[in-house]
Design a protein around this ligand. Structure first.
Ligand code: CP3
Length: 340
């Protein structure tokens, strides 16, 4: 046992009540976030301003007394650090200078990489200075597959055709891109841990578009390499893998990648979650819309999760991020219910 509840859970100890944090716990549903976001001028400017990024990281902790603070940043900043142009357009999402062929894939330059993204490390150092010790700091990165999806598509996409064509057919070039992202992600996470991150979450938001063969080759294998290397460098670090939409592949993902806990989206049935929990701590999986609607629907959904999963190692979380329209009171009610 430690005095950090979420680390106990990651060490397979059952905690009652379970530790709680939420994906996108810092964000537009909080007026104090919108205020700082306005002051920063833009989203990337906010992510790269250590003082402001530290402040918005702490905002949901102050309000809700959550068990972990996730560093305020974005999975796509790694593309900026690799030298790509990245913009976030209000109401439209991210735009990245697209990768069309191998010529658009640079060699990894460690010094330039860290130099472009070092403010994120500085944010973590600041968080570490002010966060109470029992609240863990979560660093994160996107998985190579998901980041590659944005790079190849040039932003969000409806069908992710381009990445799938590369994965099926342009495999030599795709391997070069994925290898670059593996190296960059290891470097990036290593520095986040050195700055104070105690837990790492790997976000694989587009795992759900990959059929089995691709899932094994381009999601499981790269994740395994990253996990192995990070654990070589930092044997005691805990890694949560969140492969959204993985469906039935979630079992292989949980057992073959070396992760310490598996994040579940809201589509994973609780009986599957219960079964997984015999071998690995789990995180999830309340539907963010249930949190948005609140009331009895929220109570019922939360009860189902607590009843099925609180007898084993569970980190209570959503199945995806908090939505901007979510009423703050619903978040308060949810936490009260879990902790009572
Ligand atoms: O509180 C936290 O969770 C930490 C910060 C965080 C953000 N994004 C802040 C953010 C984290 C961990 C992420 C991860 C992220 N970013 C993912 C993986 C999780 C998921 O949602 O599937 C993905 C796919 C991205 C890429 C991304 N970032 C998109 C597609 C968008 C645009 C859509 C949107 O919601 O606006 C973002 C923007 C973004 N990232 C915002 C925040 C708070 C909103 C930007 C703003 O305030 O204007």
């Amino acid at each position: 046992m430690s005095n950090i509840p979420i680390l106990d859970t990651l060490n397979k100890i059952t905690k009652s009540p379970p530790p709680i944090w939420f994906m996108r716990q810092a964000g537009r549903y909080l007026p104090e976030y919108k205020e700082i976001r306005q002051l920063a001028g833009g989203f990337i400017e906010l992510c790269l301003n250590p003082q402001m990024a530290c402040e918005v990281t702490i905002q949901p902790i102050k309000r809700f007394n959550l068990n972990a603070a996730i560093v305020f940043s974005d999975i796509l900043l790694i593309t900026l650090a690799l030298g790509y142009k990245l913009k976030f357009i209000e109401g439209k999402g991210p735009i990245i200078s697209p990768v069309e062929n191998e010529k658009n894939i640079p060699l990894f330059n460690e010094d330039k990489f860290h130099n472009r993204i070092k403010n994120v490390y500085e944010t973590i150092s600041r968080i570490k200075e002010i966060l109470p010790k029992e609240i863990a700091i979560i660093g994160f990165a996107g998985s190579p597959w998901t980041v590659a999806a944005y790079m190849l598509e040039g932003g969000s996409s409806r069908d992710y055709t381009k990445i799938k064509i590369w994965a099926f057919k342009r495999t030599k070039s795709f391997q070069i891109l994925i290898d670059l992202l593996i190296d960059a992600t290891i470097e990036y996470l290593n520095k986040q841990i050195l700055a104070g991150a105690q837990i790492i979450q790997l976000f694989d938001s587009w795992a759900g578009i990959a059929p089995e063969s691709i899932f094994k080759q381009w999601i499981i294998e790269p994740t395994k390499k990253i996990v192995q290397q990070i654990k070589n460098l930092h044997p005691s670090i805990k890694i949560i893998g969140f492969a959204r939409g993985a469906g039935a592949m979630i079992e292989d993902y949980a057992s073959c990648t070396g992760i310490d806990a598996v994040g579940l989206d809201s589509n994973i049935p609780l009986r599957t979650a219960y079964k997984l929990q015999n071998t690995i701590p789990i995180q999830g999986n309340l539907d963010p819309i249930a949190l948005l609607v609140g009331g009895n629907a929220l109570k019922k959904e939360t009860n189902r999760i607590i009843q099925s999963l609180s007898s084993g190692p569970l980190i209570f979380n959503l199945g995806h991020g908090v939505l901007p329209q979510t009423p703050i009171n619903n978040v308060i009610e949810l936490i009260k219910q879990i902790r009572s």
